[in-house]
Design a protein around this ligand. Structure first.
Ligand SMILES: [Zn+2]
Length: 402
């Protein structure tokens, strides 16, 4: 098989400019552009005047790409299994692009130090040899092993590998990766956590609080040290907590923290999700999938893996460790979360882009400023069917995925 044949189905290199009607993200303003074969966007001669505000999002429209800060795998591929080829990764990234994602942080979960390092080395090699990886993988998220090993807090992570916070391990992970570790999820009560949060923050790596049994003072100390995110707030916690004096409220109340939520209708019941979204507001909320290999548009219920763990996709689309009530990531996709949020909470396209693009971008962008459309990543074309939004084409760098 030559290189051409191994090109994944559904992706092609653009040879002609593609006309794009764009409703710009924050204000919903309307512009007409041509997407050139090299991935840059230029105004179109016959364009409608820039600045006209779009009345609604129906029919066809385009947006900037969605950004997912927590992806453990997708479309049958487990990013934590090691031994991944560039071709396999491209297939998963094509499927992700079809869900409107143009940038992501693949996520490495708790394992032995040796295992985590080898997993990231293999994954990063696959990113470098794939076609879409260099465009879509903007860095990595390390979730563990500096987390709570306590039952109910550890979730699907293997508590036996959890350790005191150790910058040496983060350095070893960074040393085998050609892309930056952008985000580390840490439990603030773990020995050495506050020091490592400070050190990571100083070098420009974001820290999220998650899988944590910290008390209110320990959470405050983590925020003082620079932690600015909460990983899947409402999850990675035991079923029973104090009714009002608990880590969810402590993190909701702290305006320095932006919370990530999984809007799949499974991780957090809708009234709780709605309440938490209101508490954090549109500027401090990020939606992530926490997707595992069982996530994707055409995945069947059955067994999958998450690193060393056997996991199972059930008929209700929840993913669990077989025989356990603990969720092991999700099977949801970003475009499904767009539809969920629109149906459940009347969220508009500009609102959703705030939660699924602008806010996550703040935490992965080194410039901490808005990136103009098409400057770094892709363009997503949407179409409306039965009043719901579906991705029709995604353009990333020189590639069109349809
Ligand atoms: Zn987690």
């Amino acid at each position: 098989m030559g290189e051409f044949q191994s090109f994944p189905a559904g992706i092609r290199t653009r040879s002609e400019p593609v006309p794009i009607e764009v409703h710009r993200t924050a204000e919903g303003k309307f512009v007409s552009l041509n997407l050139l074969p090299n991935g840059s966007l230029v105004p179109r001669g016959d364009a409608a005047p820039e600045g006209e505000v779009a009345v609604g999002f129906d029919g066809k429209f385009a947006t900037q790409g969605l950004i997912d800060l927590q992806v453990n795998g997708f479309d049958g591929l487990d990013f934590n299994r090691g031994e991944i080829t560039g071709e396999q990764l491209d297939q998963a990234l094509v499927s992700l692009a079809k869900t409107g994602v143009t940038a992501l942080l693949p996520t490495i979960i708790t394992g032995s130090p040796h295992r985590m390092v080898s997993t990231l080395r293999e994954l990063d090699k696959a990113v470098s040899t794939s076609r879409l990886g260099p465009h879509m993988v903007v860095g990595y998220h390390i979730e563990g092993p500096f987390l709570s090993p306590k039952d109910g807090f550890s979730g699907a992570h293997n508590g036996s590998h959890m350790t005191a916070a150790d910058l040496v391990l983060v350095d070893q992970l960074q040393a085998v990766s050609s892309r930056k570790i952008k985000l580390v999820t840490i439990a603030p009560e773990v020995d050495g956590a506050i020091e490592i949060i400070q050190a990571l923050t100083e070098r420009g790596t974001q820290v999220a609080i998650g899988h944590s049994a910290a008390n209110a003072d320990q959470i405050s100390a983590a925020v003082e040290a620079g932690a600015r995110l909460c990983t899947h707030l409402g999850n990675g916690l035991p079923q029973m907590l104090h009714k009002t004096d608990n880590p969810i409220f402590w993190q909701l109340a702290d305006d320095r923290l932006t919370a990530m939520f999984i809007a799949d209708g499974i991780h957090v019941p809708l009234p709780a999700l709605q309440t938490m979204l209101r508490a954090k507001g549109p500027l401090r909320t990020i939606l992530t999938t926490d997707a595992v290999a069982a996530a994707g548009h055409s995945m069947w219920p059955g067994p999958y893996t998450l690193g060393d763990a056997a996991i199972e996709l059930a008929e209700d689309r929840s993913v669990r460790i077989p025989g356990s009530r603990y969720l092991a990531g999700s099977s949801v996709t970003m475009d499904q979360m767009v539809r969920n949020m629109a149906v459940w909470f009347d969220q508009t396209v500009p609102n959703l882009l705030q939660l699924m693009r602008e806010n996550p971008l703040r935490f992965i962008s080194d410039q901490h400023e808005a990136v103009p459309l098409g400057a770094t990543d892709g363009v997503v074309e949407w179409e409306t069917r039965s009043d719901e939004w579906f991705v029709s084409n995604t353009h990333i760098g020189p590639f069109t995925i349809e």
